[in-house]
Structure formats: C-alpha cells, structure tokens
Design a protein around this ligand. Structure first.
Ligand code: SAH
Ligand code: SF4
Ligand code: F3S
Length: 435
C-alpha cells in the first residue's frame, strides 16, 4: 500500500464542529488519510468553519490566503472548507479563493469521500445540499481506538426557531434528531473505548425527539450504561425545557448539575424583536423551577448586547436579570449583523455603545462567576481527571460543575474519577487535594 496521506483539520466555532471534525477524519480514513496536527506536511487541509459572527467568518478567508505558499510547495495539496461558512457562502468561497478545491456543508459529510476523489481528479467539488438521507446513518462505523475520558456526541442538529439575529437555521437546516437506538449504541461504544463522560450535543438539544420520552428519556437510558459516569447536554432553548427534563435534573445522579440556558437579553422588548418567544420573567421563573429540582445546579448563559433597537434602559434590564439569576459561567457577545437574517436589515446600535455595554456586562458576569467559584472552597467535589498539569505530579480535571480543578496527585491517572476537597479559587480554576 502507498504511504498514507496526511489530513490536517482546523476546527472553529461550537462543540458540534469538534464532533463533526472527528467524524470527517473517520470518513476520510478509508481514502488513505491519517490525521496530522500541522498544516505544513498535509496532503489535505480542511477548515471546519463557523458563521455565527462576522469575525468568525472573515477569519476563514485570511486563513485560506496563508495556504498559498503550502500549495506552491506541494501541488498535490487539496484544500477544503467545511462547516457553516461552507454552507452559507459555498460558491462565493470558490470564487473568492481559487485555492479551494472542495466545499462541503455540515449535512453532507457522508459524501466527503466522493468529494475528495473528485478533488483529487482535479475538479472542483462542492456540496451544500440538505440531503434527504441522514449523514450519520451513512458515515463509517467509528474506529475502536482508545479515547479521552470526555467525549461529545451529537444527538440533534438544526434549528426551527429563527431568532432574528442567527444564521444557524440557515447553515444547519431544519431540526432533526438521531434515533435513540443509534445514539445509545454509539454511547456504549464510546464507553468501551474509555469514555466516562458524554456531552450530548444539539443546536437545540432539549428539543430532541428521537426517543419517545424526549431528551429526558434518552438521558435515563444512557444513565443505565455501566461505566458511563457523567452525562451533560448543550445547548438548550428555554422554551424546550420541559417538566420531564427538569425532573431528570433532580433524579438522575449521572446527569451533572450544570445547565447552559441562553436567554440573550433581559428586556422583553428586545426579546420580542429577537423572536425569542419567551419573556425575561418566564425565564427567571423557569430557573426557579430548575433550582427547586436541583438546588446546586450551576447556570450558564449567552447574551447579546447592542441588538438593533436596544436602549440603555433595555440593557439595564439585562443587567438586572443577570443579578437575579446569578450565573456561574457566561458567554457574551456584541451583536454582529449576519447576511440573510431579519435583524441585519434594521438600524444598528453604535459600535462604541456596544463596546461599552459589553464591558459593563462582562464585568458583572466575571464577578458572579468568581463568587460562585469561590463558594466551592471547602467543599468536596468529584473530579474527572483529563490530563497532567504544567507542574510535575499535577493533574487537571473537571468538577461536576465543570470547573477546572488542579490537584497535586501523581498517583492519579487520566480517566480517574476522584473525590477532591477544594482548597483555593483562582481566576479561572480551582485547586484541591484528594480526599
Ligand atoms: N442554539 C443556541 C446557540 C447558538 S449560537 C441557542 O439557541 O441558545 C451561540 C450564541 O451565539 C447564541 O446564544 C448567541 O448569544 C450568539 N449569537 C448568535 N448569533 C449572533 C449574532 N448575530 N451576533 C452576536 N452573537 C450571536
Ligand atoms: Fe440560533 Fe435561536 Fe436557533 Fe439558537 S434557537 S440556534 S440562537 S435561531
Ligand atoms: Fe458556528 Fe455553525 Fe456552530 S455557525 S456556532 S459552527 S452551528
């Protein structure tokens, strides 16, 4: 057999892209590719891209430009663009950047081997369809190699919500759920390969309907898998947070006490303009119900500041909502107009005003995050160890609440789950000792 070809995949954007990059590498393996972590010696480069904000999308073009020298040095090098920019701007990418040989949208990864063969034959290959068939059903079975203790598993994809700012419904297509039997068999397989924690992924993962009991039903079946210690899921929409899922948080021990539940704004006027279909008050009430089921749950969220029409009074309501909820972790962004979305057509908030609001919001979120973290000191938590730390004998893992925890523990191995007493809190991590 000829020497394997080398595949370099660079992943941008959300966790789903991380999962997709794994599956793309697996799809290309039968075509003779092994992964490399450097673009320099690659025979194929794939950028798995994100279109969520302008900056993310623009990065792709500047990155592509830098591959010219590599292609001059290796005429056999093929360059591909996958992910959400590929879906949104497929033909434009081909026009703007002649270096690109292959463009593949997120729903067509099962067609990657055929596209690669076409590109190898010297033709431009583009596929941004939303095929009828389920790509997961057509992707090759996953390899049996040993894995890291924590893994992602996509169970749901796409979105029918059409928030006025968001490209995801256009780039990922309509909501679809993978059948529970497939998810469960993939999960069992991951566990056999050393995985102890699975994070279920979906753009609206709590709208999952591949199990008659919804996401809660799926979680309860996953919890019965021996050797699987932890279950998480992300990202959820407030309107799909049903009673069964709330109850699962109180009852399923393996379901971790962490919930990412974006609200975007604390102003009803802005929420309406965003087409979020919930109010600030209904969100706060929902949080109360979740906390009643699982009092120690750590909440995480996403916020957009400077959405078209947002006034200072609206922004003050966002700050008030943050104060009311008390988040342990948050992501916040300046509104970025996206082509083809309804909000892009509206009058925009001044950039300087957006900057100022983002700074004020982030200062508050940072204070909250630190306060929540500081309260962990003195408590005993379980930690899933993921890798050695920088110092000799040090190991790093994640707590139930997803805090990074540093422990001096040379006797601990990657994949061990141990009780740790938290002794100190630093800006973005905790330190502790084995109990
Ligand atoms: N499906 C998830 C999140 C998808 S995108 C959900 O509904 O919550 C992740 C985050 O990016 C969003 O929650 C939002 O806060 C942010 N985002 C999406 N579009 C944006 C835009 N046009 N400008 C700024 N931030 C945006
Ligand atoms: Fe985007 Fe809204 Fe769908 Fe989330 S729910 S992916 S923010 S359209
Ligand atoms: Fe980005 Fe697409 Fe994920 S736009 S955030 S990569 S769904």
């Amino acid at each position: 057999m000829s020497a394997p070809r080398k595949l370099f995949i660079k992943t941008y954007g959300c966790q789903m892209n991380v999962y997709d990059s794994e599956r793309m590498a697996e799809a290309l393996a039968p075509r003779g590719y092994v992964q490399t972590d450097s673009a320099d010696d690659a025979d194929m480069i794939v950028l798995n891209t994100c279109h969520i904000r302008e900056k993310a999308a623009e990065k792709v073009y500047s990155e592509l430009g830098r591959f010219r020298a590599l292609k001059d040095a290796n005429p056999d090098l093929k360059i591909g663009v996958a992910g959400c920019v590929a879906q949104a701007e497929g033909e434009e990418i081909m026009r703007r950047q002649p270096l690109v040989d292959l463009v593949v949208g997120p729903q067509s990864y099962h067609r990657l081997p055929a596209l690669e063969a076409k590109a190898r034959a010297g033709r431009k290959a583009l596929d941004t369809d939303f095929p009828e068939e389920d790509k997961f059903g057509d992707l090759p079975a996953r390899p049996k190699a040993r894995r890291a203790p924590s893994a992602f598993l996509t169970v749901q994809e796409g979105c029918d919500k059409f928030c006025a700012f968001c490209v995801v419904p256009y780039t990922r297509g309509a909501e679809m759920s993978r059948p529970a039997a497939r998810v469960l068999s993939e999960a069992r397989d991951l566990v056999e390969r050393g995985v102890r924690e699975i994070t279920l992924l979906g753009q609206n993962v709590n709208a999952y309907h591949g199990h008659p009991g919804g996401l809660a039903g799926l979680i309860r079946e996953l919890a019965a898998i021996d050797g699987l210690a932890r279950i998480r899921f992300t990202t959820s929409h407030p309107n799909d947070m049903d009673d069964a899922l709330i109850a699962a948080h109180g009852e399923v021990e393996k379901l971790m006490p962490y919930l990412h539940l974006p609200v975007q704004s604390g102003s009803d006027r802005v929420l309406k303009a965003m087409n979020r279909k919930h109010s600030a008050e209904s969100y706060v009430r929902l949080i109360e119900r979740i906390r009643a089921a699982r009092p120690d749950i750590l909440l995480s969220g996403d916020f957009i500041v400077g959405f078209p029409g947002e006034t200072e009074a609206d922004f003050q309501q966002t700050l008030a909502l943050v104060e009311a909820v008390e988040y342990g972790q948050c992501y916040s962004f300046k509104y970025s107009p996206r082509p083809g979305t309804p909000a892009a057509e509206r009058a925009h908030v001044d950039e300087a005003v957006k900057d100022d609001r983002l700074q004020r919001l982030q200062a508050l979120l940072k204070r909250q995050q630190r306060a929540v973290q500081d309260r962990m000191v003195g408590r005993t938590v379980s930690v899933l160890f993921e890798k050695p730390g920088r110092e000799a004998g040090q190991m790093v893992g994640k707590s139930d609440h997803l805090h990074s925890v540093f422990v001096d523990a040379p006797q601990v191995a990657v994949g061990d789950l141990r009780a740790v007493r938290i002794t100190a809190s630093a800006p973005n991590s905790l330190a502790g000792t084995l109990v």
